[in-house]
Design a protein. Sequence first.
Length: 320
Amino acid sequence: MPCEGCMERDNVSSGATMEFILLGFSELLHLRVLFFFTFLIVHLVTLAGNMMIFIAVMMEPSRPPMLFFLGQLSAVELCYTLVIVPKALLSLAVGSSPISMLGCATQMHFFVALGGAECFLLAAMAYDRYVAVCQPLRYAALMGEGLCLHLALACALGAFTVALGLTVAVFRPPFCQPRRIDHFFCDVPAVLHLACTQGYAAELALLAACVLLLLLPFLLILASYLCIAVALLGVTSPVGRGKAFSTCISHLAITFLHYGCATFIYIRPKSSYSPSRDKVVSLVYTNVTPLMYPLIYSLRNKEIRGILRKMLRKKKIGEL
C-alpha cells in the first residue's frame, strides 16, 4: 500500500529532475560566515597539501611501493574533497541548497567509492609493510611495479563497483515529503532516513558494503600487523625493532583516523541515526582527517621529506 506523500517512481528522466534540499547548517545561521571562511581555508590547505604530495610522488622517477601508494592515497583525497566541498560551501553561503536526485546519487556514489578505494589502498599498504618487515629479502621480487599497479587498479574498480550497487539500492525506495536532507552532502544514512517504506533491501546493501569496504580491508590490515608484531618480537636489537616499527607509524595513524569515523557513521543500526551528531562526525571525517594526512606523510615518511626538500631547492635555484 503506497504511503501518503511519497514520490512516485516514474521514468529515469523525471527522476533526474526530482530535487532534495540539503539543509546543511541552516540551524546555525549566525555562525554561517565564520563556518564558511573556516571551511574554505581548511579545504584550500587540504587541497594544497595533497596536491603537493601527489606532484612530489609523481615527479620521483624511482618510486618505492609505499611511495607509490601514498601518491594514490593523495589522489583519492583530492577527489574526495572535491566531491564534498562545492555543495558544502554553497550550503554555508546561501543556506539550504537544492540538489537533483541524479546529482545526489552521483555525489553519494563517488563519496562511497573514493572512501572504499582508500580502505583498499590502506590494506595494500599494510601488505607492503608486512612484506618489508617479515620478508625483506623477497621484498623487491614480491612488490614489483606490476603488482603495485594491479593492486591500485583493483582497489579503484572494486570500490566503484560496490559503491554503484549501494547507490542503486539506496535510491530504489520512494522518498517521503518533505525531501529535506539534514546534512551538508548526500550521505547514505541521511538519505535512507527519508525512505517511506520499511524495506530492508537498502539496509542490507549498506551492511554488505560495510563488510566489503570496511570490515574486509580492516581484517587484512589487522592480520598484516599481527604478523609484523610477531616478527618484531623476534628482533633482539632495540634499534632494529624501532626502525621497523617507525616505518608503520604513519600508516597506522592514517588507518585509525579513517576507520574511527567511518565505523561510527556506517556500522550501526538505522534506529540510532542522529542528524546533528552525524554532521559533527562527518565534519571531522571530511575536513580534519584529510587535512591531517599530508602532515602525517611529510613528518613520518623520509622519502616524502627528501622529495619535498629537493623540490624546494629546485624552486630556490630557479628563482635565483
